[in-house]
Design a protein around this ligand. Structure first.
Ligand code: PNS
Length: 164
């Protein structure tokens, strides 16, 4: 049984994330999507909200599970007996950061490989930050997020913008 982890902040999940998760689900028997803490980012959505949105967005993929974890990715992967971390790579700008994380994770666990999937061309520019920025200023985010969670994401972005 091959097990992979798709880690990320998912703040919130985008169609780009779902594309990577779907493609990973064809390569591995079991894919665990892990909502983790990125100390560099201030999240807008709680871990529970992000897990809920991911569950809805991936409900049609049978071998995918959603979990949250507040420690090291390498520890989580070991606990789950995963052999690989799967991440999407958009552009050269992602490379240095992703390379650093991949090397760190392998330093922490020499058996843990990171597999990069190249993003689909239509998602090259897309990120969770873009979703929040476009949404907060009233732009159309329909093509950025899965349709089934569009309204929930937009509502949360609007609530959040009123707090500022
Ligand atoms: O979607 P992101 O923000 O690019 O994902 C980054 C994430 C959450 C995968 C990364 O910050 C992470 O692995 N956090 C957990 C803590 C950890 O293991 N840090 C060391 C890896 S360099």
């Amino acid at each position: 049984m091959t097990i992979a982890i798709c880690p990320g902040s998912f703040d919130p999940v985008t169609v780009g994330h779902v594309d990577i998760i779907k493609r990973a689900s064809k390569l591995f028997d079991r894919v665990i999507v892990a909502v983790l803490v990125n100390l560099e980012k201030q999240p807008w959505f709680t871990i529970e909200e992000r897990k809920h949105l991911l569950s809805k967005a991936t409900a049609d993929i049978p071998n995918v599970e959603i979990e949250g974890f507040s420690g090291l990715l390498a520890d989580f992967a070991r606990e789950k007996k995963a052999s690989a971390i799967v991440k999407g790579l958009r552009a050269v700008s992602d490379f240095e950061y992703e390379f650093q994380m991949a090397l760190t994770n392998r330093k922490l666990d020499e058996n843990l490989e990171t597999v990069f999937l190249t993003t689909s061309a239509q998602n090259l520019y897309l990120s969770s930050s873009i979703v929040k920025q476009v949404g907060i200023f009233g732009g159309d985010i329909h093509s950025f997020v899965p349709e089934c969670i569009h309204d929930e994401i937009l509502l949360r972005i609007k609530q959040r913008s009123q707090l500022k």
